[in-house]
Structures are given as C-alpha cells and as structure tokens.
Design a protein around this ligand. Structure first.
Ligand code: URA
Length: 430
C-alpha cells in the first residue's frame, strides 16, 4: 500500500479504510515510514479531519501497536487520569498519589511537553535521579507492590503514538481532535484500566480554545473509550490563567510538594485537582458519589498522599532529600508591574511559549529541557498590584541573558477593577 497515496487521499478529504490506517500506524511503529511522510499525514489529518469511525480505528491501531500492561498482580481497581494539556498543569503530580493513597491502583503513563504545554514526565525527571523510563515489567511490579507508578511511554507501549506525538510537537499538528483522541486513548487502552478520568482543557491556553471544540473533543474521547469498553468520566475545565503559580518542570514539582504537604493551596489548581481526584476516587470505588473530593482533601490532610509520593519517588530512584527541600533556583529576572490595578487576565499561552524559550520545553524533537528553567507567577488572577510590585520572576537556562521583561509583562493585563473569579469546571460528563 502506497503511503503517498494514503496521504493524498486524506489530504483531499477522503475517508481512510482500516487497512490504510493500519499501514500508517504500523509504519510509524516499525520505523518503515519516514518522518517526513508521517508529518505530511499528520498535517493532512489536521486540515481534513477524520470521521468518528476513522478516529476509533486510528486509536485502536495505535493501542495495539505495542504491548499491553498486565496488571493482574494488583487486587485493586486501576484508574488513571489524563489531561489534554495545559500551562502550569501539575495536577497529575498531586492527583496520582492522592488516588493511590485511597487504595486505588494508578498505573500512570504520561507524556513529555507538547507544544506550549508541559509534560508530566519532564516534570518528574527534574527530580535528580528519577527514572521515568521504566520497563513494562517494572511498571507491573511497582503497581502490584506500591499501588502507583508514574512512567514515560516505553518503546513497548503504544510505540506508534510515541513517534507521532514527538512529530506533532514540532510540526504544529497538535490541535487536532482525532489526533488528540487517538494519542490519549491509545496509551490508556494499553494501560488496561478499569476506568479513566479525562481533563479536557478549554480556553486560550488549551489546544481546544472554544467550549464548542472542547465539548467535541470530550464527546470524541467518551465515544471511542465507551465503544471499546473503557468507562470514562470527563471534566471540561478552564485553561486560562496558569494552574498554580509555577510554570517549568522543577518549579512545578516544588509547588506540588507544597500542595501535597498541605503548605500551599493555590485556589485554581486546588479546585481542578480535587474535582478530578474526586472523580477518580469515586470511579475506583473508594468514595460514594459526590464524596470523592472530600476523600481527596483528607488524603492531603492526613499526610498519606505525600507519603505515597515519597515512596514512589524513592522506588523510581529519585533523590528524596532534594525533593523534600523543594528549593527553587534564584531568579534571572524579576518582572515588575508598571501600573496600579488588578490582574484581570494572564496570557498563559504566551507564558507557555516564553517558558520554552527559557529552556522549559523543546523547540526541536530531541532537544533537552532544562529542569530549572521556568516562571514563577507572583501576581495571580484578581490580585491587586502597585507600580514596582513583582508580577513574575523568570529563571532562564537558554536565553543567554537576552530576556526582554516587556514580553513577560505583556502577558499580564492590569485593569482598574478586579475581575470576576473564573469558573474552573465547565462541565462534567459521566
Ligand atoms: N496528551 C496526549 O497524550 N496526547 C495529546 O495529543 C494531547 C495531550
């Protein structure tokens, strides 16, 4: 089957057959189709879209492109949560140990940074020594013994997605409903879950900007998951201001540590995390309907979530002493407000893109990220500021001193009146 012909058919708006989709996916997994052809295929899908039937075929072909986790060694229900990607979105780091500490097995396979959004694996790897590249056997054993593993996709697990994901990141083909659906669900089917909780992000800093697009993505994920036997609960959440006060891998780990220890409660981050954790806890049978979020809060308050996180980091080789200190590097630059008022909007998309320039994300496929690069937001949404007040600090590891404070200041809109607090949970689909 000619790959060029398949690309042409998709480019011209045709509907691909199961065999044609399988040819692309098999070629991505085996390496027999070149990067340039896969990139052209992705761009064709980006523009021409896919029918729900094609999306389901793509998802299942990608899920079957590698091995599937055997979690029969764990007696608990297996639940995972996945997000479509946000800025400062460290929910997984906090949620996974909360849910596992409630007796639910969490085999979390995550991605690296994608476009302007961060990735859980890059964040975890900023902990010195932490090994996210676990073999399937290691994930299986760790989940059976500890109830939790947070790992990167190995060669064995949905390898077609691994390759396509990395190409999408650098070819501006992330924001595609069928590609996001297939990417996320292929990994989740390979995890062999009992239930999935999805966070579909919506807003200027999400891949789905409008609520209509976010609903369409949520429906697409629910349809493909449900049709293939995976119960899925979805929250559509606002991705406007950064979640929490930190953007950048090590900074986000430090913030998560403080949340897990109950030392900080950044309001937008807490609202989204507790809602999603609550769904996962209910789906895993550890709380009655409507009581999951309360159970999640208890897991922070009684220290069990933090202890679970420490045990997991230790087991995966991470330096627990450094984690416990949670020390952030000194700022390269402090950006200050030039006018008085209230922070009425924060352009998280631009902040996410600026953080890549600092070293927190990739500009090319195999570029290394700098764990310490990032942005600390001092002036959160709704905060009053005076001229000279710090609005954010920047830790640069790539810009080489050429950082322009105006670019960062422009991300913060300071108005004469305080804004209304944003609605974070827009819809729940169960
Ligand atoms: N997360 C994924 O795993 N894939 C996407 O396409 C977007 C978010």
């Amino acid at each position: 089957m000619s790959i060029t012909e398949i690309i042409r058919r998709k480019r011209d708006g045709g509907e691909l057959s199961e065999a044609e989709i399988a040819a692309v996916v098999d070629g991505a997994a085996s390496g027999s189709v070149a990067d340039y052809q896969l990139s052209a295929f992705l761009m064709a899908v980006y523009f021409a879209g896919m029918t729900p039937g094609e999306t389901a075929l793509l998802t299942m072909a990608m899920a079957r492109s590698g091995a599937v986790l055997d979690l029969s060694g764990t007696g608990a229900l297996k639940v995972d949560k996945h997000s479509t990607g946000g800025v400062g979105d460290k929910v997984s780091l906090i949620l996974a140990p909360i849910v596992a500490s409630c007796g639910i097995a969490v085999p979390m396979i995550s991605g690296r940074g994608l476009g302007h959004t961060g990735g859980t694996v890059d964040k975890l790897e900023s902990i010195p020594g932490f090994r996210a590249m676990l073999s399937l056997e290691e994930v299986e054993r760790q989940v059976a013994e500890l109830g939790i593993a947070m790992a990167a996709q190995t060669e064995e697990l949905a390898p077609a997605d691994r390759r396509l994901y990395a190409l999408r990141d650098v070819t501006a083909t992330v924001e595609s409903l069928p590609l996001i659906t297939a990417s996320i669900l292929s990994k989740k089917f390979a995890e062999n879950l009992d239930a999935l909780v999805m966070d579909v992000k919506c807003g200027p800093a999400a891949f789905m900007r409008s609520e209509t697009d976010a609903r369409a993505l949520a429906a697409s994920i629910a349809e493909v998951a449900g049709a293939n036997g995976l119960p899925c609960r979805t929250l559509i959440t606002t991705m406007d201001a950064p979640l929490g006060r930190r953007i950048g891998n090590w900074h986000e780990v430090c913030e998560s540590v403080r949340v897990l220890r109950g030392e900080e409660e950044p309001p937008l981050l807490m609202e989204v995390t507790l809602a999603l954790a609550g769904e996962a806890i209910e789906a895993g049978g550890a709380a009655a309907p409507g009581e999951g979020a309360v159970r999640a809060r208890e897991a922070i308050a009684n220290g069990s979530a933090w202890q679970t996180f420490i045990r997991m980091v230790e087991r995966q080789g991470g330096d627990v002493a450094t984690l416990e200190r949670a020390e952030e590097p000194p700022a390269t630059l402090v950006v200050r407000s030039e006018r008085p008022g209230w922070v009425a909007a924060i352009d998280s998309l631009r902040l996410g893109l600026l953080s890549i320039g600092l070293g927190a994300g990739r500009r090319a496929m195999n570029e290394a990220v700098a764990p310490e690069a990032g942005i600390v937001v001092h002036a959160h949404l709704g905060q009053e500021v005076r001229p000279g007040d710090p609005i954010c600090s920047v830790v640069d590891r790539r810009g080489g001193g050429a950082i322009d404070p105006r670019a960062f200041r422009a991300c913060f809109t300071v108005s004469d009146a305080p804004p209304l607090p944003p609605a974070m949970i827009l819809q729940a689909l169960r």
